[in-house]
Design a protein around this ligand. Structure first.
Ligand code: IMP
Length: 432
């Protein structure tokens, strides 16, 4: 019986995975992040204090858990050093609890400036990226010219590689964007930040596999969500990594049969930040009310999120792709005010019913959604901790989602704090 589980976003990110990972981490010894970079913003509220984590796995907030950053993550050393410093300032001691893959790729300054210039050049077709240099870093990784965390170990060689690469990047920037990005002044800053990274460098695959061999419990933490996955999301309006559960294997070096349960996190409604298709997007007052009640503004960029309704076909698509064993529904309380709650139940494309998500973005934009309306409960559910305390209609709403998506619900979140959680099915976590 595997003592592992993967937490994956079902939607377009921002599903509340930070809170969920923090709650689940009670039952795990190690939490390992497997992809993405500082484009993610996971909010965790612990003991009344709010922490926004971008690179560190949410499990780090619990004092005795080991936090691991896998090879699939892209690391900006300065951002990581800042994040570690911030947590330590708030009296969360990290020390030797953090392991960082010796094979993770580094975000370098030209990745950020290249991304900003490339986005500007796309005009109306902008992806709406987070400007953290994520896409260009993964491009260099796939292009086999990236620098990795292990390169930080040898200062002289790191300087030489940066200088060589900087020349090439400057030639490219001059040719493509009529600008020069790199003056090399950042190398000293990176090497200073590396002082907190190099001692923590680890062969993460060896570390996690031997932990699992020893009976330790490992939670794999995804960032973003299935619909932003580079292969399976609404391409090209996606992020540049494998956010779906399969990414956990590639992004940490743990074989697929060891991953255990797959827990998909979804809001009780839907949001999206950045451009790209969003079949259940709501407009006007409906969307504004959800945004205001749910505080739907990007944790990293502060951008207002687009808001809409639960999308059953998209959730079914995510259930299949990730082979979800459990669902977690977050932010149920945000829907407390509604007399009726629309739920998207069937896509139609050019007059035909569609049972899966189409691959091309133009088709997704043309999808017509068939909705049904479920009765709202119009009673406060904020902070509830027992399923039996939920209004009958809220229970029916959850049962409807679970039945339609075909996955049992393990947990419902009714507020940002750890204890504002309803456990429904504890088979999602390993027994001690
Ligand atoms: P990138 O990951 O910065 O390249 O951005 C690509 C797309 O993914 C943009 O639409 C971003 O808004 C979106 N995105 C990236 N990270 C997150 C996240 O953590 N939550 C929600 N959207 C994200």
């Amino acid at each position: 019986m595997s003592k592992a589980a993967v937490v994956v976003g079902v939607q377009w990110g921002d599903e509340g995975k930070g809170k969920v990972v923090d709650a689940l981490a009670e039952h795990f010894d190690i939490v390992a992040r497997y992809q993405g970079g500082a484009n993610a913003g996971h909010t965790v509220i612990a003991d009344g204090r709010k922490h926004v984590l971008q690179l560190l796995p949410a499990g780090v907030v619990r004092p005795d858990r080991i936090a691991v950053i896998g090879n699939g993550v892209v690391i900006d050393p300065e951002a990581l050093a800042r994040e570690i410093h911030c947590l330590e300032e708030s009296e969360i001691k990290i020390g030797s609890r953090l392991r960082i893959s010796d094979r993770a790729h580094l975000i370098l300054p030209w990745h950020r400036s290249h991304e900003i210039a490339a986005e500007a050049a796309r005009g109306d077709a902008q992806i709406g990226t987070t400007s953290k240099g994520i896409g260009p870093t993964y491009e260099d990784k796939a292009g086999r010219r990236g620098l990795r965390t292990c390169d930080l170990r040898d200062e002289a060689s790191f300087r030489a590689k940066c200088s060589e690469m900087g020349k090439e990047k400057n030639r490219l920037a001059a040719a493509l964007f009529d600008s020069v990005h790199d003056d090399g002044a950042w190398v000293d800053r990176y090497l200073a930040a590396a002082e907190g990274i190099v001692p923590r460098l680890t062969d993460v695959s060896a570390f996690l596999n031997s932990a699992l061999d020893g009976g330790h419990r490992v939670l794999f933490e995804g960032a973003q969500g299935t619909m932003l996955d580079i292969d399976h999301g609404t391409y090209p309006f996606v992020t540049s990594s494998s956010a779906a559960a399969g990414g956990a294997s590639i992004g940490t070096g743990v074989g697929p049969t060891r991953l255990g349960k797959v827990i998909g996190v979804s809001k009780a409604y839907a949001t999206r930040v950045g451009s790209g298709p969003f079949p259940t997007e709501a407009a006007g007052e409906d969307a504004d009310k959800i945004r205001e009640r749910g505080g739907e503004y990007g944790a990293v960029t502060g951008r207002p999120r687009r808001c809409g309704w639960f999308d059953v076909p998209a959730a079914r698509y995510a259930a299949r792709l990730n082979y979800l064993s459990h669902l977690v529904i977050t932010k149920l309380d945000i829907l407390d005010h509604l007399a009726e709650i629309p739920v998207g139940v069937q896509y139609e494309l050019d007059g035909n019913r569609l049972d899966s998500f189409p691959p091309d973005v133009d088709a997704v934009e043309r999808l017509k959604m068939r909705y049904i309306s479920l009765p709202g409960w119009q009673q406060p559910t904020f902070g509830l901790q027992n399923y039996d305390e939920l209004p009958q209609r809220a229970r029916e709403y959850l049962q409807f989602i679970s039945r339609e998506v075909g996955v049992p619900i393990a947990m419902v979140s009714t507020g940002p704090e750890r204890h504002q959680t309803i456990w429904m099915d504890t088979s999602s976590v390993p027994k001690d």
